[in-house]
Design a binder for this molecule. Structure first.
Ligand code: COA
Length: 255
């Protein structure tokens, strides 16, 4: 099987690269399983202090593979996408996201769980759930209104508006935007800084910042998954799926 998640180590840093560039790094259940395994084992491995996440090629990720949504129906805690969402939401180690290209769907919502997010000035973000007859996932209906404010979150989640990296900084979703050619050196400086700091303090700060939200995030993730599974079986998603395959705009019955 192709190496759809590339895993490398540089000292205490675990680098995870989503590597399916011909499909714009769309995520399949097999890829979620690998990401979940890596995040879970990094949590248990004292030699790993920091995790980075990026995409190969010109995309960060185009989100869930549109042909691989079935696993959401009848999901449970063993379903790879559910394992992944919970693993990234609960990861104890600092996660640094390197957004090299557009981040769509869960490729965007997963960023809300990362601790530090750096983006190239060429990228855009999009949560196209309503255009597919679906709803947000990965706790984004909790985190996004909290981080960006309700009205901005509504533009992103209800209207499915695309926004660029500069806007993402203004909304508090991205730490810094830089030229694509400077993205890696920007992140390298951050990784050097993180490596200099004592690990127990880092882990404690992350735990303290996340703990007030943990229960609400868990409840939201569960509620979103149930609604998502229901909507996947609806007429609107069937039309959106057909339209995607036929490379056309969907036509929804709106009366
Ligand atoms: N799932 C499955 N395949 C995807 C994909 C996804 N999320 N995103 C892209 N691909 C595939 C395309 O089907 C195409 O495959 P093909 O070469 O076999 O036809 C290939 O990746 C390249 O994509 P293409 O659409 O030709 O590139 P583009 O630059 O014109 O557009 C996107 C890129 C990402 C904007 C567009 O593909 C898209 O909108 N994808 C769907 C995104 C989405 O809805 N994600 C789910 C969110 S819940």
């Amino acid at each position: 099987m192709a190496n759809f998640i590339v895993i490398t180590r540089a000292g205490p840093v675990l680098h995870l690269t989503i590597n399916r560039p011909d499909k714009k790094n769309a995520l399949t259940q097999a890829m979620y399983a690998e990401l979940a395994d890596q995040l879970d084992s990094s949590d248990r491995d004292p030699t790993i202090r920091i995790v980075t996440l990026t995409g190969a090629g010109d995309y960060f990720s185009s989100g869930n593979d549109v042909h691989d949504f079935d696993a959401f129906i009848g999901f449970d805690d063993t379903t790879p996408v559910v394992r992944f969402i919970k693993a990234i939401a609960n990861c104890r180690k600092p996660i640094v996201a390197i957004v090299n290209g557009p981040a769509i769907g869960i490729g965007f919502t997963l960023l809300l769980h990362c601790d530090l997010v750096y983006a190239a000035d060429t990228v855009f973000f999009n949560a196209p759930f309503t255009t597919l007859g679906l709803c947000p996932e990965a706790g984004s209906s909790y985190w996004l209104p909290l981080l960006a404010g309700y009205q901005r979150a509504a533009e992103i989640l209800l209207l499915a508006e695309r926004f660029d990296a500069q806007m993402a900084v203004e909304l508090g979703l991205v730490n810094k935007v830089c030229k694509a050619t400077e993205l890696q050196s920007t992140v390298d400086a951050v990784l050097t800084r993180l490596r200099e700091l004592p690990i127990d303090g880092l882990l404690t700060v992350k735990r303290l910042m996340k703990q007030a939200h943990r229960k609400s995030v868990e409840q939201t993730i569960q509620a979103e998954l149930q609604e998502f599974a229901w909507l996947l079986q609806g007429e609107a998603f069937a039309e959106a799926f057909a339209a995607f395959n036929e490379k056309r705009k969907p036509i929804f019955h709106t009366d």
